[in-house]
Design a protein around this ligand. Structure first.
Ligand code: ADP
Length: 195
């Protein structure tokens, strides 16, 4: 969509779901930077951070994980309605809670950050897979708890087949395609080839 000078840009929730270590946070950071450079108001809701405040005290049981996702969705919805570009990166392993959030937030873009379990485990960004495979962490997604892959996400990113920058670019293009971001015209300073 090209800018016509009068339209306001709509808020949206960009929801990254996937295994721990799939690349949600890495891609979210690149997209956040890009959106800020384009002058968009942006807020990030990161699952790990939310669990230290908004969802402090919740466990990793199915019920608590769903409560966590619904809380994130509640905040994301308020911000989205206020015109903010909201980026959520949370494992959000269960379909029922994701779908509930999706139904509530009108402007919702679901991104499945898809990586084989072996690759995420090999990356082991936080050292958690080692512990999970040793039986030291109960209810660890992908190892001792299920991850229910989205059936019809808006975008699938195979992070073992592309770089974080390539993944982020696909996200930005999807936001442009849906009309949440203006396509940069040739005379704007912003240019992918500058990267
Ligand atoms: P998550 O937030 O899903 O738990 P992180 O973003 O913390 O995952 O970690 C993902 C790791 O995978 C990082 O070390 C990152 O550099 C690496 N990685 C490799 N390729 C990609 C890619 N295409 N997208 C995102 N991360 C990638």
């Amino acid at each position: 969509m090209q800018r016509n000078g009068t339209d306001e840009q709509r808020g949206f929730t960009l929801w990254f779901t996937g295994l721990s270590g799939a690349g949600k946070t890495t891609i979210a950071e690149i997209v956040e930077k890009e959106l800020r450079e384009r002058g968009r108001p942006v807020e990030v809701l990161d699952g790990d951070i939310v669990r230290t405040n908004l969802s402090k005290g919740l466990t990793f049981s199915r019920e608590d994980r769903n409560i966590n996702v619904l809380r994130i969705g509640f905040v994301a919805n308020l911000l989205t309605r206020a015109g903010v570009g909201v980026i959520v990166s949370a494992i959000s392993p269960y379909k029922e809670a994701r779908d509930q959030v999706r139904r509530r937030i009108v402007d919702f873009v679901e991104v499945f950050v898809d990586v084989p379990l072996e690759v995420a485990a090999e990356r082991d960004v936080k050292g958690l897979y080692k512990k999970a495979f040793a039986g030291e962490i109960e209810q660890f997604t992908g190892v001792s708890d299920p991850y229910e892959a989205p059936a019809a996400p808006d975008l699938v990113l195979k992070t073992n087949e592309e770089t974080p920058e390539e993944s982020a670019r696909k996200v930005i293009e999807k936001l442009e395609f849906f009309g949440y971001l203006w396509t940069p015209s040739p005379d704007t300073e912003y240019n992918w080839s500058n990267r």
